[in-house]
Ligand binder design. Structure first.
Ligand code: GEK
Length: 244
């Protein structure tokens, strides 16, 4: 994959609360932005491979919901190079989907990845052996999260899996403040300045809305998943596997 441009968006751009959007400027620097902002991002994609090898079955579909530039879809492809499988990479940002499409064309890469520009709450899901929702549920209107998870559950085959990664909130305000400040310290270590960190936090206000671990666990069980496990936690970022 071509190296992403360095994320300097919030060095240059003053923000207003809640004005973060996944536009062309974000898509252009996205890989650099997410790798430097989300602790464990690359490890989670290695985990996608581990999970894909175990769950992806012949003749099934895989859904990468909120795929951005397709990192999870590419990880699935690498994990199951021979499997006959459709990988639906869904995102409602046209800028992300255009870039994913260019990558697929430029690399003559896997025809199994099918980019779809759509809202994940409106996409049908069928015959899935694996659904991936990596750092995307947190951008969905909280009132629509239950029905989205129920829809994913009903579109999965029996014994299939949902991999869910999210930034979580802590019910105890002191613990939440500690985790947030450790996350900011992580970002400083990735060479984001204090100004960039503050501006990004303001821009994400009411755009990235975190649930608690307990809310995620309860929602997954309510939707019908029989087993829910934490696979990774790094600061306030958790990856769950939920099995139908
Ligand atoms: C990765 N999973 O690299 N429908 C479709 N897509 C949406 C919606 C929606 N309603 N809302 C937001 N998105 C990726 C990273 S990024 C996470 C996911 C982050 C999309 C949005 O356009 C963006 O591409 C993605 O969800 C969230 O593993 O930037 O923190």
């Amino acid at each position: 994959m071509p190296a992403s441009k360095k994320d300097r968006i919030y060095l240059q751009r003053p923000t207003h609360p809640g004005d973060f959007v996944f536009d062309e400027a974000v898509a252009e620097v996205f890989e650099d932005m997410i790798t430097r902002s989300v602790p464990g991002y690359e490890a989670v994609h290695r985990l996608v491979q581990v999970v894909a090898r175990k769950f992806v079955t012949e003749g099934s579909s895989v859904y990468d919901f909120g795929c951005s530039l397709g990192a999870a879809s590419f990880a699935v492809c690498q994990a199951v190079p021979q499997a006959r499988v459709d990988i639906l990479a869904v995102d409602n940002s046209q800028a992300m989907i255009d870039r994913l499409q260019q990558r697929l064309e430029g690399m003559h890469s896997d025809a199994r990845i099918k980019p779809v520009c759509a809202d994940i709450t409106e996409v049908d899901i069928q015959n899935a052996s694996l659904a991936i929702l990596n750092y995307t549920l947190q951008f969905i209107d909280p009132a629509r999260r239950d029905s989205l998870i129920r829809k994913i559950h009903s579109g999965l085959r029996q014994d299939a899996a949902l991999l869910l990664s999210e930034k979580v909130k802590y019910p105890d305000p002191d613990e939440d403040a500690l985790m947030q400040s450790l996350h900011e310290s992580f970002k400083q270590g990735q060479h984001y300045s204090a100004l960039e960190i503050t501006r990004k936090r303001e821009a994400l206000e009411n755009v990235l809305i975190r649930d608690t671990h307990e809310q995620h666990r309860a929602r997954l069980h309510r939707a019908g998943f029989s087993r829910v496990h934490v696979l990774v936690q790094y600061l306030n970022f958790i990856t769950y596997i939920a099995i139908k």
